[in-house]
Design a protein around this ligand. Structure first.
Ligand code: SME
Length: 172
């Protein structure tokens, strides 16, 4: 890569799988010499947003445990997209459910998810993956899409892999 911004180019990817493999490798390269979680998750949000730019994604980013405030809530972290809710109770909404269960939430239709928190009324589907270190909740990765069924098993596989890489490479 001659410039850092080149990492955000996904035009040559032949498939979602290819694009996500490139994304994970790009994240690893960027995080190889950096452990600051704000810097790494900010660049990761950019990678995610650009990776999914042709797929109707309107928001990609992170919520982290508000350990310096109220540890029963998530607080907004680095993201790309429109302004979003600052805090989410653990157990509430899609993000709070992923945080409480430590299970990825693949939501094909947000209207059908009880308690979904609509930060943007345009969002139709969503995927949220938990990030843990030694079994302890750190935060969640959240991606929203303007289309129904925006995400599937390939996304779940690579985004969970990405969350494991984030846990390995960041000091929170
Ligand atoms: N929809 C999420 C809230 C976060 S925004 O989508 C950025 C939820 O239900 O937890």
């Amino acid at each position: 890569m001659s410039h850092h911004a080149d990492y955000s180019n996904f035009e040559s990817a032949a498939s979602r799988k290819d694009a996500l493999e490139t994304l994970v490798m790009s994240y690893e390269a960027l995080a190889a010499s950096q452990r600051n979680w704000v810097a790494n998750l900010a660049n990761c949000s950019s990678l995610l947003y650009h990776c999914y730019s042709d797929a109707g994604v309107n928001w990609a980013g992170f919520y982290v445990v508000d350990k310096d405030g109220d540890a029963e809530q998530l607080i907004l972290g680095p993201f790309m997209g429109k302004v979003a809710c600052q805090t989410i109770r653990i157990g509430k909404g899609v993000c709070g459910t992923a945080a409480a269960t430590l299970q990825t939430q693949l939501v094909p239709d947000v209207e059908a998810f009880p308690g979904h928190i609509a930060c943007d009324g345009e969002t139709k589907s969503e995927i949220v993956c938990p990030i843990t270190q030694e079994g302890r909740l750190i935060g969640v990765l959240d991606i929203d899409c303007l289309n129904l069924n925006g995400f599937g098993d390939v996304d779940k596989h690579y985004l969970e892999l990405l969350c494991r890489k984030i846990a390995e490479t960041c000091s929170f």
